[in-house]
Design a protein around this ligand. Structure first.
Ligand code: ZN
Length: 431
């Protein structure tokens, strides 16, 4: 195993650098410590025979950047477990933190070396992030928000109004600009990487006004903190883009005019197609009614337009799955489903879809130009596959064809990291 301060060389195989070059036969990817030193010819000062160099033979393999899930919730309290009290997924920050820490191994083992977590309970995600970055536990790099900022009627405002938003609830009710700004300041104080706003569940109404969106973006940006929003609706998507949102989650019902506004603002979109398709696949077993499944079908159709039109307009479309938002969205299984959907339903090329889940996704984990490509100077997050993702993009899914994961220059010990699957119950509604 390589450790920081040592040299690792990946020989042979086919290199997909995700930087914009076509796949090429690989001679040598040289890793020094946690960064990529060089790609291409073997530097003359690297002696493969001196016993100091860790040599990985990738003959018959495809070498590409570690995958990034731009939309993965870590602390919603999933999977539910026998004997553990739950209310809306979780009642105990202590237990939830331990469970989430264990789930991280499954994510990393599947080839996902970074995730953006747009919302969680308490400040669990921040603790997970810090535990990973300090080497206390193993997991993907984490960039995270705190609790959603919501208003009455926003997604996950599930409690009756007299109950407010108890600490274990995912959203923090803020029904005025002042309350929103206070919450932005509180979350920034606790070290969030970005702010998450929550509009209505299916875009059936707009629950946050443009004035409020602008106020949150203004406060957060003044504190060097990006902002994203759960927005499926037309008006909320347009207003969010014009208010300066850094990226929008979903945007299902965006019209051509809304997408023009998104393009003009330079805002990115994370359509998050995987969760709706998963719901349809499971049907009523996912906990959704037939009426709601009809709605899901309608949104899936709408997402097809959003993907295609966004590509034409040059909007950056990123790959996120909503893994962990419900028991039906298990860790380690679905993080790489999105590229296949981009190819099949959005007319992206396989290479474009690969760049989306690597190079472009680096933006939402705050590591643009640091991870997501195999180039000189980048952090050494690399996976090896035993099948060609350009020929068949679906080979990225569920880590089934991943034969090695390197994160931060270190080969991940996958055998000792990925716990066995716990039984899953599909009795909770996701979104
Ligand atoms: Zn989500």
């Amino acid at each position: 195993m390589a450790i920081n301060g040592t040299t690792t060389v990946i020989r042979n195989g086919t290199l997909i650098d995700a930087a914009g070059n076509p796949p090429v036969p690989n001679e040598a990817v040289v890793i020094e410590g946690n960064r990529i030193r060089s790609v291409g010819g073997l530097p003359p000062d690297v002696n493969l025979e001196d016993g100091e160099v860790n040599v990985i033979d990738a003959t018959g393999r495809w070498i590409m950047p570690g995958l990034i899930d731009a939309h993965c919730h870590l602390s919603f309290g999933n999977p539910p477990m026998v004997g553990v009290p739950t209310a809306k997924g979780t009642t105990s920050p202590e237990f939830s933190t331990l469970r989430a820490a264990r789930n991280l191994g499954r994510i990393l083992s599947s080839g996902v070396t970074s995730v953006a977590s747009p919302g969680g309970t308490w400040f669990i995600d921040i603790a997970l992030r810090d535990a990973v970055s300090s080497g206390l536990i193993q997991g993907p790099r984490i960039n995270c928000a705190g609790r959603f900022i919501s208003t009455y009627g926003s997604i996950l405002d599930n409690e009756p109004s007299w109950a407010g938003s108890p600490e274990h609830v995912l959203s923090k009710l803020c029904n005025s600009v002042d309350e929103m700004i206070t919450e932005v300041r509180r979350e920034c104080k606790h070290g969030v990487n970005f702010i998450k706003l929550a509009d209505s569940q299916f875009g059936e109404t707009q629950t946050i006004s443009k004035r409020e969106l602008e106020a949150v973006v203004g406060e957060a940006h003044r504190r060097n903190t990006p902002v994203t929003i759960h927005s499926r609706g037309s008006g909320s998507t347009r207003d969010a883009a014009q208010a300066g949102m850094d990226w929008i989650l979903h945007a299902d019902l965006a019209t051509e005019a809304d997408l023009d506004a998104v393009a003009e603002a330079g805002c990115r979109i994370v359509p998050t197609c995987t969760s709706l398709r998963r719901a349809l696949e499971l049907g009523v077993a996912s906990g959704r009614s037939e009426t709601e499944l009809d709605l899901v079908r309608h949104h899936i159709e709408a997402q097809g337009f959003v993907m295609e039109r966004s590509r034409e307009l040059g909007i950056k479309v990123l790959c996120g799955t909503d893994t962990g938002n419900a028991p039906s969205m298990p860790y380690g299984e679905l993080h790489a489903n999105e590229p296949e959907i981009l190819v099949k339903e959005g007319r992206y090329t396989p290479m474009e879809a690969i760049q989306s889940i690597t190079k472009e996704n680096a933006f939402v984990v705050g590591l643009e130009n640091q991870v997501g490509t195999i180039e000189e100077g980048r952090l050494a997050d690399i996976i090896l596959l035993d099948a060609d993702p350009i020929t068949d993009i679906s080979v990225l899914k569920a880590g089934r064809h991943v034969t090695m994961v390197i994160k931060d220059g270190v080969v991940v010990d996958r055998d000792n990291l990925s716990p066995n699957n716990e039984p899953l119950a599909f009795n909770q509604v996701g979104f």
